[in-house]
Design a protein around this ligand. Sequence first.
Ligand code: NDP
Length: 328
Amino acid sequence: MSDMAKTVIIEEHGGPETLKLVEREVGEPGPGEVRIRHAACGLNFIDCYQRSGLYPMTLPHALGMEAAGTIEAVGEGVVHLAPGDRAAYSSAPPGAYCEARVMPAAQVCKLPDAISFEEGAAMMLKGLTVQYLFHRTTPLKAGDTVLFHAAAGGVGLIACQWAKSEGIRLIGTAGSDAKCALALEHGADACINYATEDWAAKVRELTDGKGVDVVMDSVGKDTFMGSLDSLKPLGMMISFGNASGPVDNFNLGILGQKGSLKLTRPTLFTHIADHSACQEMAGMLFGKVVAGDVKIRIDQRFPLEDVAEAHRTLEARRTTGQTILTLG
Ligand code: NDP
């Protein structure tokens, strides 16, 4: 087997044209590491932030945070994986856009046989994110109402199904009527086209003027203030992304004026830094998928060579559900 692997790197921050396919030596795993041969890689919006420099990296750097494949070798001290195991992960450091790599083992999880490699590659980063949003960020119970932006996206369609499976009322937003229809099909109780409607007013209307318990906002700049306006007093704003740009210069006093609101800005990588927490979260995610409560909908597939086109499509809001990069 060749020790060289096609790998996508960037040498400078910028647009999709900076993505470059090179051949790299894979090497052998050291203590606490595994060598994994990928069957497919996941595409995530964080990859665009890292490429553009919104989240700066030391350069040159490989890109990609999620993939699935077969373990080829394990380093000293790795006991939860063995050569031949099917596995999937969402993990730092970036470098998942490749045929094979050596990486830390702690966040690599054994993939149940009932879940395909493509599903595994598409679901780890987005599914673990939904797990921590619904179970590790603020207490949520059946009957609570959540406002979830970009509900027809990768994280969004998983969130719609997750909420449904736990009796949580999810009001989605999305950028077109077709996307809203998709969110409704996947379990959203309502979905507002925020390109055409006064969505914050509509949220009030849908909650009898009360507002929602929690907002999960990954759109950032364009929705942040409207999201705060959609909350009940004492409600929780979870700002977890910047698809429209980062939220700058926020005056904390606004949280008091709008009803003692709470605000948090979490990242998945804090939640999965601990090996046992990561494996436990993955166990819950796999359980939902195997039970059929959450279906992984892969709407776009791009060969690894076409990664720049994949980034363009994601950033132009032309995707729904999950997107993967295929190999071979
Ligand atoms: P999506 O598939 O959801 O794609 C992003 C969507 O955001 C678009 O399809 C679009 O949907 C919406 N959007 C709104 N405004 C813009 C804009 N100006 N430009 C581009 N898109 C816009 O991506 P992912 O599922 O990969 O990620 C969803 C979000 O969650 C991202 O912001 C990501 O960074 C964040 N995230 C955060 C994590 C964390 O732990 N903090 C972990 C995982 C994801 P529409 O057309 O319907 O508006």
